[in-house]
Design a protein around this ligand. Structure first.
Ligand code: 13P
Ligand code: SF4
Length: 330
């Protein structure tokens, strides 16, 4: 097995796997043996979604991480999500199949720079999107996700001044919806910024009956065209409840697996990006594979840790979000 140093360089355990093993069976056995639960985000590869105990958006995953009675949480998602699980359940072991599964949006907001930015607005409350580091959460007053950001901002008095970070696109969307001025950090997600407006317009012309749905991390011009904008769970529910038979989907392509499972008679077309690549995959999310998941649960590594002083501070804004969300019908 890899040494600790090797693990830190590679990010995952790299040992040979017997090709005759049925990884689905093996993972099921290990889960029972170790009292482990697998939480997976919708952007994970289909095999991982199919073996997970819970699949969800960032809010659902945090709620699940807060209430699970498993001893080990295997987080099939990216680093900030596993950190959030660790902050909510510090007594549990939290594993991430590949420690290098990061997030361009989280990286776009280094805590030391955000701290200086925050100093310029001393009378503002800080609301941060959950897609950020534990250190950034520790500098925040309330955390939000894409499914509750509008309601969380709306829960504050109208004259309350607010800094919103790190995603400027979600921030603009929330500012519009709530009719407020928000001070925005200039961060963005590499996957959601890549959609080509021109190519979407052309695709819509070819599929006049298709509904165009988009995640609020997309740019304003893309969201303006959308028949519906919402979190991954919101998008999935919309496709299930809509009478439409075709959907153009502007978010990471992993969600289409659940959309197709829930509505096998409907057609889902990934929105085209502004390059020649036909995929909208998040390279960070897709670092996790079934093989890495198996090795991770088998060896109890790589483990995500967060310093206790950061946990104490970061837990407060996350729990505020969970409290507010528990009162909302989302
Ligand atoms: P949600 O699943 O909460 O909508 O988040 C999307 C995302 O970009 C996660 O990285
Ligand atoms: Fe981060 Fe974007 Fe990937 Fe989500 S899709 S993990 S926001 S880079």
């Amino acid at each position: 097995m890899d040494t600790f140093e090797e693990l830190n360089v590679k990010g995952f355990i790299d040992e040979p796997i017997d090709p005759v093993l049925d990884l689905f069976d093996e993972i099921e056995k290990l889960k029972k043996e170790k009292n482990a639960v697998i939480l997976a985000h919708y952007y994970q590869e289909p095999d991982i979604q199919d073996i997970a105990d819970y699949i969800g958006d960032s809010l659902g995953l945090s709620q699940e991480a807060a209430k699970t009675d498993a001893d080990i949480i295997v987080f099939a998602g990216v680093h900030f999500m596993a950190e959030t699980a660790k902050i909510l359940s510090p007594e549990k072991k939290v594993l991430l199949p590949d420690l290098k599964a990061g997030c361009s949006l989280s990286d776009s907001c280094p805590p030391h720079l955000f701290s200086k930015f925050k100093e310029k607005y001393p009378d503002h409350i800080v609301i941060t999107y959950v897609n950020c580091s534990a250190e950034l959460k520790a500098l925040s007053d309330i955390v939000c996700t894409s499914s509750n950001a509008v309601q969380i901002v709306d829960s504050l008095p109208k004259d309350q001044k607010i800094i919103f970070g790190p995603d400027k696109n979600l921030g603009r969307y929330v500012a519009k919806k709530t009719e407020r001025d928000l001070v925005l950090w200039n961060g963005a997600c590499m996957v959601h910024e890549i959609f080509s407006l021109q190519r979407i317009v052309k695709l819509k012309e070819r599929h006049p009956n298709a509904k165009f749905i988009a995640h609020p991390e997309c740019e304003d011009a893309v969201l303006e065209m959308a028949d519906y904008a919402g979190s991954t769970t919101g998008l999935l529910k919309y496709t299930m409840n809509s009478e439409a038979k075709e959907f153009i989907v502007a978010t990471e392509s992993g969600i289409i697996h659940q959309m197709e499972k829930a509505s096998p008679d409907k057609i889902f077309i990934p929105a085209p990006p502004n390059n020649t690549c036909a995929c909208n995959d998040c390279p960070h999310m897709k670092r996790n594979t079934l093989e890495k998941l198996y090795l991770c649960i088998k060896n109890g590594l790589p483990e995500v840790t967060v310093p206790m002083e950061v946990i104490k501070k970061a837990k407060i804004p996350i729990e505020r979000m969970l409290e507010i969300s528990a009162r909302l019908v989302l």
